[in-house]
Each structure stands twice: as C-alpha cells, then as structure tokens.
Write a protein that binds this ligand. Structure first.
Ligand SMILES: Nc1ncnc2c1ncn2[C@@H]1O[C@H](COP(=O)(O)OP(=O)(O)OP(=O)(O)O)[C@@H](O)[C@H]1O
Length: 779
C-alpha cells in the first residue's frame, strides 16, 4: 500500500519501475537509471538500503531484512534507520510547497522527486531530466503516523535493551523544521519519544528503584560512592532544581495570559521572543499520563534483589561549545555561560567533565529536569522554523544496576539511554543575521563531520582487507561525544525527519543521502565480546574459578558472543590478573612465532635474490660476448675496406707514375736523338757544349726520380706487408679491448704512412715537373 504525502503526480507503475536500469552507480553507491513518462524524461537513482547488497538495483533484487536487521551468517546487526515524514502545514500548502516531492512507495521505500517549478534553483540535476531518488529504510513512518506508532517502532526495543543493561543512542537527523524536536519531545498531548521512554522505563522499574543518591555516575561509565556530606548536598541540589522548575511553570502559566516570555538562546543570552514561548508552553503542558502513553517496555533482569538508580543529565553543543543545561543561567543574563570540557577516561573513552547528573525517582521528575534544560537551551526564530533548535541537545539517562551489599548497595554495571536531538541542517545563505549564520555554519560543520565519521566507518566495515581509514571523531564535539555508540560501547539508532516542502528539496536530498550511508553500517562488536573472549581464554587455560560466571556462560552457549550478559566487572580481580598473564604469554608466544616466521621469510627472500643475481650475471656475460663478436666483425670489415682502398689508391698512383715515367723516358729518348742530331758537324760548337751539360743534368735528375720511385715502391710493399700483419693479428683476436686498440694503432700508423707516401709522391711529382721543364729547355 502506498502512502502519499501529497496528491501523487506521475505515480510510478510497476512497469515504469522495471525501466530503472542499473548502469551507472550514483553517489553513495546508488544506481542511476531513467524512464519516460508522458513528455517528461525522468532520471532515477537508487540509494542502497539496509541489507541491500552493493550491486542491487530493482526491488526484486533487494534483500530486505525487516525492522530488526540481522545478518545471520556473520552474527552482526545493521544499524536501524527510520524515516519520519511530517505532514504539510496549512501555511505551507498555501505557499505552494505541496509538489509531490515525497512519495512513500511502501513501508520501506521512499521516492524523492525534484519539484515541478523553480523552487530548488541550485539542483544540479535539472535540464531535460526530472530526477528522482529512491531510498530504502528500516521503516518509513508517514505523515499519518502517531507518536505512539513512532515509539513502538523505534524506542520500544531501545528501552528494552537499556533495561537489559545495554547502552543505546537514538538520534534524530534532518533539515531544520522537519519535526525532529516534535519527534523527540512532542507537544501537548502528543508526547514524543523521550517522555514515552521515561514513562516506559519507570513503569518497568516500579518497586525496584534505589532511592539513595550515594552511588553517582562518574566519568564515562563508572560509578562513584558519595560521602554522607556529598549525599546531603546532592539531595539539596535536586530539591532546589525541581522547586525552581515548579516556580517557572507557574510563572509561565501566569504569563500565558498574553505576555511573552524571553529565553536564552546561547552565549550572551540572546532573546528569541514570544514565538518561542508558545513552543515551551506546549512542552509544559505535555501530558505524561502513563495510561495515555500506553507503554510496553521490556522486562528488567530478574536478578535477586537488584535495584536501579536512575540519573539524568542534559547538555547542548552550541557553536562547538558544551553547555550544561541543568546549570542555572548566569546572572545577569548578559554574562557568558560556563562551558564544559570534554575529557577522556583512563580507557580513552570521552566524557563530559563536571556535567550535572541528577537522580530522579519518577518519569515526571525526569521530565521536569528535561524541561529545566529545555528552558536553558538555545532556540531562535529562523526563516524555516519559528522555534528552531540552534544546538544539538543531548539528554542522557543512566541506569545503575545495584546489588544490595549490607546497608549500602554495590553497583555491578551501568547502562545508558542517550537521546540526541540534532540541530537541523540548513542553507547558511538563507540566514539574515550574523549570529544565525554562525550557528548554521557550526551546525552544518558538525553534521558534516558526523557524515564523514559514518562514511569512514562504512568504508572500514566494507573494506576489511584494506588499510582502515581514521574515523574523524575528534573533528567535532558532537562526534566525540557520540563516539562510544559507534565503536562498541553501545549501539545507535537513527530517526531521519523530513518535511515534504518543495523549497527544501535540496537539503532533504542531502539528509537522505547521509542516512543512506548510515543504513549500510553494522554495529561495532560490543565490548561484551571482550567478556566472552576473556571467558574463553580462562576456560581454555583451565583458570576459571568463578562458578557464577561459568553457569551464565553455559546458559549462553550457542548464542552469538555479542549477546552474552554482563561486563568485565563480573570477573574476580584474580581471574583478570590470570587472564592478563595468559595474554602476556600469548603475546610473547606470538612474537616469537613471528620472529621465526620473519627469519624464514628473510631466508627465502635472500635465496630468491641470489638466484635473480646469478641469472642477471649470466645474461650480462652473454650480452658481452655477443657485443664483442659484433665489434670484431665490424673492425675486420673496416680493416679489409681500408686495405682494399689503400691497394686501389697505390696501384692507381703506381700506374700514373709508370705512365709519367714512360712519357718522360720517351721524352728523354727524343731528347737524346735531338742531341745526337745536334752533335753533327752542322751544329755550332757553343750550343753543343751547353746542350750536353744540360743533358747530363736532366739524366741525373731522372735517375734520382727513378731511385725515389723505387723507394716509393719498396715503401708501398712494406706498408702492404704491414697491413697483412695487421690482418693476421685480427684473425687471432686478443681480448676485445686489446684487439681494437691494436687495430686502431695500426690504422693510425697506416694513415701516417699514407700521408708520408702522399707527400713523397707530391715531391716526386714536383721533381718530375722540374725534370720535364728541364727537358723542354733542351735544344
Ligand atoms: N508529525 C508531525 N505532526 C504535526 N506537526 C508536526 C509534526 N512534525 C513536526 N511538526 C510541527 O512542525 C514544526 C517544526 O517541528 P520541529 O520544531 O520539531 O522541527 P525541527 O526539525 O526540530 O526544527 P529545528 O531543527 O529548526 O529545530 C513544529 O511546529 C511542529 O509542531
């Protein structure tokens, strides 16, 4: 059955849903698809739900685990996330806020579609697409759901767990003006979760209350025994606090005649006007009639004689400062309120130092204490909400489980119910005043840090094999205060509030996206798992002596370890000391085991490295050999080429010289014939004497040139022989380096000889030319 917040437009038929395809993962692990309806193209993203695998998509592919999800195989429970959709107010309808943005498909699935007209101008998914986002929750409570319905779904189990000795956190999350405070506190006869829880708890504890305030909560989860004087002071403080509350209620009733009440809205006591008084009046007149609040909490443990002492505290985180709401406001109101500090106990658990804890003996008393705090809380009128909470308020109820021990009791352990009403997220730019802007900034920053913590937790839970992310609990006061509930000291449950107004579509979408991550969280293993571990440790070492513990343990056998009762205080100190000794030995044994393992790993690594090095050596040797062969080949080629070119050069030279000599010899012959002819009687005697002398000088020159030529030839022969020797050297190669340097040396020598030869030949050429010229001069 589909519950509609507003008249549905384009309701999605089953066929249309089937058109959702699972191609692209949307942010936060969602799936995006699209479909066409009429003329509009719709885009849909599916944000994953509790118990739905990451690769989910259509409804049929989802594995829904119901209101109390439990993964049977891994024995882990998912965080419960509820959605409450508040009805539209008349004024909002008149302003045109009703645009069918919120459509509840079934009790676990919600469809959020962007508004028809331009309300959300900053939506990035505009354009041709009309975007829609599908979210699934543990349970969705629509606008028709009553406060009792909400209590039954969300708080009943939580109250039961607290009475059973567990610690629980319930927090509301959502945009400003979405109904968070209404859900937690309620108005008039519509009591919210907290008053109902108080009635339920005290209803169950009837006749089992421990009235004396001599045992008081301290630090994170410890208990301190008060001295008689301290007990008296404690009682006096309680009486005066309740009296003060009575006084202010009657004053309020008088003021309801028309005069407005102003109240502190944080540092400096900023007054926020008459509109807020209306909200507080609602709270004052809130009906706490147990019959009306039909409660059906859990059974309390039936342990013999156990009594319960109930203490409450109430503080707020305003602009990243902690304020005790049960502390009287400063006088004059213009003075700054005292801030509280966050400290860590010796186990590293954060707690609010010097926080006021008040013992209460009935639901009504607890409610009155809450009302005092509420009066001190920071409210202001914003554009979204005329009585907007400007701070995160945290109300805690601590239950001390007390065993009678002589005249005084002995606290065995404590459990806690914390209800956190988070301030609403909102757009900073919408704030017209500087103070509101600063508040909105701080609210958004701390909510963002909460989102980062949840995202980191989800990442660590879903990527166990990878290095875990640091969860930034320390980045804001809010996350530090709530840290324990996310890391095993208790469990958390979230109520997401949304309003169906079109103007806050973007903020609502962001809030829903955050809650989608939270739905994927599983609870951290309870600290009770440590108890189970210690028990098994003692048992396996035959060291357990406490019979009670053994009996309990046997009863619990077969259950998941997280379900075991009791905490660390159930052990005898000697047993714990023995457990520590066993653990120390175990640590030592594991250390030694690791050292041996490390030695083995090192040896193995060394062996493998040596193999690699040997393989590398072989490779290098092979490369060197092939390089050497290549070099030798190259040099052989070079030498033979050089030899060939030298041979060619010298043979050409010799040929040329031979031709020259031939020509010169012919010239000489012709000259000799000329000389013979001239020596005949017809020649003159003077010229004959000159010609014969010239002839002899030329002949001399010629014989000299011939001798030089002969010398040249012998040089050439020598060089050729030398080259052959070089070749011989190459055929018997020495190590590559020596060979190449010898060849280089020989080559240089050959070149030198060649140069010398060339010079000699040039000299010879010159001589021949001179001889030629001399021959020409002959008659
Ligand atoms: N389910 C509901 N039924 C009727 N009225 C509701 C419901 N939820 C909220 N309202 C009304 O809506 C108005 C805003 O609610 P409320 O103050 O609880 O919002 P809020 O989320 O706490 O806002 P803020 O974060 O600004 O403090 C109140 O007038 C409240 O009475």
């Amino acid at each position: 059955m589909a519950l509609c917040v507003a008249p549905p437009r384009d309701p999605l038929s089953d066929e249309e849903e089937a058109a959702v395809f699972e191609s692209t993962a949307a942010d936060l692990g969602g799936v995006v698809g699209s479909w066409r309806y009429g003329n509009t193209l719709h885009k849909i993203s599916h944000i994953s739900a509790p118990g739905v695998a990451q690769t989910h998509g259509t409804e049929t592919g989802q594995r829904k685990m119901g209101t109390h999800e439990r993964d049977e195989e891994s024995c882990v429970e998912r965080v419960r996330v509820y959605l409450r959709v508040r009805p539209l107010m008349e004024g909002e309808k008149e302003r045109g806020e009703e645009q069918g943005c919120v459509h509840i498909q079934d009790k676990e699935t919600l469809l959020l579609r962007d508004p028809r007209d331009g309300f959300n101008t900053k939506t990035s998914e505009r354009g041709a697409f009309q975007s829609a986002h599908k979210f699934t929750f543990t349970q969705i409570l629509g606008p028709d759901a009553t406060q009792q319905d909400i209590f039954e779904s969300t708080m009943k189990q939580t109250v039961r767990d607290v009475l059973q000795g567990e610690s629980r956190l319930l927090y509301t999350y959502g945009v400003s003006n979405s109904g968070k405070t209404y859900t937690v506190q309620g108005t008039g006869r519509e009591a919210g979760l907290l008053p109902r829880a108080l009635v339920s708890i005290f209803g169950r504890l009837q006749g089992r209350l421990y009235g004396s305030p001599d045992l008081k909560p301290a630090l994170c989860q410890e208990v301190r025994r008060l001295s008689d004087a301290e007990v008296r002071a404690e009682e006096a403080r309680r009486v005066s606090l309740l009296k003060e509350e009575e006084g202010s209620v009657s004053q309020n009733s008088r003021l309801r005649g028309g005069v407005s009440v102003s109240c502190d809205s944080g540092i400096g006591g900023v007054s926020s006007g008459s509109c807020i008084s209306a909200g507080l009046e609602d709270l004052d007149s809130l009906c706490l009639d147990p019959d009306l609040l039909s409660h059906s909490g859990g059974n309390i443990p039936e342990e013999e004689g156990v009594r319960f002492s109930v203490w409450v505290s109430f503080f707020e985180i305003y602009n990243e400062f902690l304020y005790d709401l049960l502390e009287a406001p400063p006088t004059p109101p213009s003075r700054k309120r005292a801030t509280l500090r966050l400290s860590d106990d010796r186990h590293g658990n954060p707690y609010v130092k010097d926080l006021t804890w008040v013992q209460v003996c009935s639901a009504e008393e607890a409610w009155r204490v809450l009302r005092i705090g509420r009066r001190n809380q920071s409210f202001a009128s914003t554009h979204l909400n005329h009585a907007s909470s400007r701070s995160h308020s945290i109300f805690s109820l601590r239950l001390l489980h007390i065993h009678p021990e002589g005249e005084r009791g002995h606290c065995t352990h404590t459990s806690e119910l914390t209800v956190c009403d988070l301030a609403g997220s909102e757009r900073c730019k919408d704030q017209c005043s500087g103070e509101r802007m600063k508040e909105a900034n701080n609210i958004n920053t701390s909510l963002h840090t909460l989102g980062r913590c949840v995202t980191a937790l989800r990442h660590n839970q879903s990527n166990r094999s990878r290095l875990p992310l640091v969860v930034p609990f320390r980045d804001s006061k809010l996350t530090r205060v709530l840290q324990g509930f996310f890391s095993g000291r208790g469990r958390s449950c979230m109520v997401v509030n949304i309003n169906p107004c079109a103007s806050t579509y973007d903020e609502t979408l962001q809030a829903l996206k955050f809650s989608a991550i939270a739905t994927q969280l599983v609870h951290a293993p309870s600290s009770k798992a440590h108890v189970a571990f210690i028990q098994s440790l003692l048992r396996s070492n035959g060291l357990q002596t406490n019979p009670n513990v053994r009996e309990e343990e046997e009863e619990e056998e077969g259950e998941c370890s997280q379900e075991e009762e009791g905490d660390i205080t159930m052990f005898d100190p000697e047993e714990l000391v023995r457990a520590i000794e066993v653990l120390k030995k175990e640590v030592q044994r594991q250390r030694e085991e690791r050292e041996v393992l490390e030695g083995r790993v090192r040896e193995q690594v060394c062996g493998e490295m040596m193999e690699v090095i040997a393989r590398m050596e072989d490779d290098f040797r092979e490369t060197l050999e092939s390089e050497r062969a290549l070099m030798e080949e190259r040099y052989e080629d070079k030498v033979s080429n050089l030899q060939k070119s030298l041979k060619r050069f010298y043979s050409q030279e010799i040929e040329e010289r031979d031709e020259q000599i031939g020509r010169m010899a012919a010239d000489l012959r012709r000259s000799a014939e000329g000389v013979r002819a001239s020596s005949s009687p017809s020649s003159s005697s003077s010229s004959s004497s000159f010609s014969s002398s010239s002839y002899f000088s030329v002949a001399e020159e010629l014989s000299r040139v011939q001798a030089e030529l002969e010398q040249c030839r012998s040089d050439l022969r020598e060089k050729t022989q030398e080259l052959r020797r070089c070749q011989g050297l190459l055929s018997l190669p020495p190590p590559s380096n020596t060979l190449t340097s010898a060849v280089d040396h020989k080559l240089q020598e050959g070149q030198r000889c060649l140069r010398q030869l060339r010079m000699d030949l040039q000299g010879m050429g010159r001589d021949l030319q001179a001889a030629g010229r001399a021959c020409c001069l002959l008659p």
